[in-house]
Design a protein around this ligand. Structure first.
Ligand code: CMP
Length: 375
């Protein structure tokens, strides 16, 4: 059981998952000493998917193993899920390791154990209740398309199938951070895509952070950030254009379905991402309205105060919007909106909102309809 000094999932979600400052690393001693990492800085937010690229020998794997607590930090600072690794006690490192999922290229599967038994072993290490093991392992192996291979041993599986067992084993204990080294290298295009889609689901729904080393340019599109390493130094650290992602998301939200691609892109360009922690108030009843919100993930409660008592009248989730009423009517906010879970939102300022309304009759129509339905 993790002790109470353990950094855990209940850390505030705004704290970065990884914070690296002045990190250096060398191998060998004396004259043979060779420095492989030089003064690296990096910050990765929770729920971010980061792809690390760079030539072999550039230090990517060393960095990955340092973050995974598999090597000792020698110089600089490395904070992972709220825990400073430099000088951390062995106990703390073990607790932290339980929150990390490792997917390394060399599968290291036990040849004498079936796919199911290999995955089960990972659950035994973190103390999952025995009754939960079978359904969990079956679900995970099915998610990676191995439902018909559950009882096969590694020798009876192809390279790609073995890799998928390794992926299941790395994810089965529901880690907060996934560290993966070339996870899709042995996979065909479809299986590779399935694996990164699974990563995306975990990142979006559960704020799991993913850091993967890859040269597979078929999957670059899932990255929120691409970090390139050369000669032990982070050479570039690019945040992939958020608006392309927003556009992809809002296309599927009912209120925006009628917008032309051009307007969609314009809206996405103006949307501002905001993360809120569970319990925080986003809108307060009675205050003037200035923003329109869309929920990227998470849930919020709509609370209406009447005759001195608060009543939760609705809960809204992914793809829902709120805050339209005050902007449409000019009246004060008609309800309080409080985050029920940690949530990611996008908001549009009033001015942009009014412009979109003028450009798209269908957008206004959808909103007016909801105004009526939400009375
Ligand atoms: P606004 O009045 O700007 O701010 C509070 C928001 O709560 C309001 O816009 C709506 O978006 C939302 N809201 C109010 N009542 C309901 C309801 N019954 N169901 C869903 N959302 C609501």
């Amino acid at each position: 059981m993790p002790d109470n000094t353990t950094p855990s999932a209940d850390q505030p979600s705004t704290e970065p998952a990884i914070r690296i400052g002045g990190l250096q690393h060398s191998f060998g001693e004396g004259e043979l000493r060779k420095q492989v990492l030089f003064d690296n800085e990096l910050e990765v937010a929770r729920g971010e998917i980061v792809i690390m690229t760079g030539p072999s020998g550039s230090g990517k794997t060393t960095l990955l193993t340092l973050i995974g607590t598999l090597r000792t930090v020698q110089a600089g600072s490395l904070n992972v899920l709220g825990c400073e690794l430099r000088g951390a006690s062995a106990r703390r490192l073990i607790d932290l390791r339980r929150q990390i999922g490792f997917i390394f290229q060399a599968h290291n599967l036990f040849e004498s154990l079936s796919a199911y038994q290999n995955v089960k072993m990972a659950m035994e290490l973190v103390g999952v209740a025995p009754s939960e093991m079978k359904p969990r392992a079956t679900e995970m192996l099915s998610r990676v398309g191995l439902e018909h291979r559950i009882h096969y041993k590694p020798a009876e599986l192809s390279g790609g199938q073995k890799q998928r067992v390794a992926i299941s084993r790395g994810l089965i204990h529901r880690p907060r951070l996934i560290l993966a080294d070339e996870p899709t290298a042995a996979l065909d295009e479809k299986s590779g895509r399935d694996v990164v889609t699974l990563f995306q689901e975990l990142a979006t729904r559960e704020q799991v952070t993913v850091l993967m080393v890859t040269h597979d340019n078929r999957i670059l599109d899932v990255a929120d950030r691409i970090v390139n390493m050369v000669d032990g130094r982070i050479k570039s650290n690019v945040l992939v254009k958020e608006s392309a992602k927003i556009c992809e998301f809002i296309k599927g939200c009912s209120v925006f379905t009628q917008l032309t691609p051009r307007t969609l892109t314009q809206v996405a360009d103006q949307m501002v991402p905001e993360k809120v922690a569970a319990g925080s108030v986003i809108i307060r009843q009675g205050e003037p309205g200035d923003k329109f919100y869309l929920i990227r993930h998470g849930e919020v409660d709509v609370i209406v105060e009447k005759d001195g008592t608060d009543q939760t009248v609705a809960s809204l989730g992914e793809g829902d919007f709120f805050g339209e009423a005050a902007l449409l009517t000019g009246e004060p906010r008609n309800a309080t909106i409080r985050a029920k879970t940690d949530a990611s939102l996008y908001w549009l300022g009033n001015e942009v909102f009014q412009t979109v309304m003028r450009t798209s009759a269908s957008f206004e129509e959808e909103l007016r309809k909801s105004l009526f339905e939400r009375q």
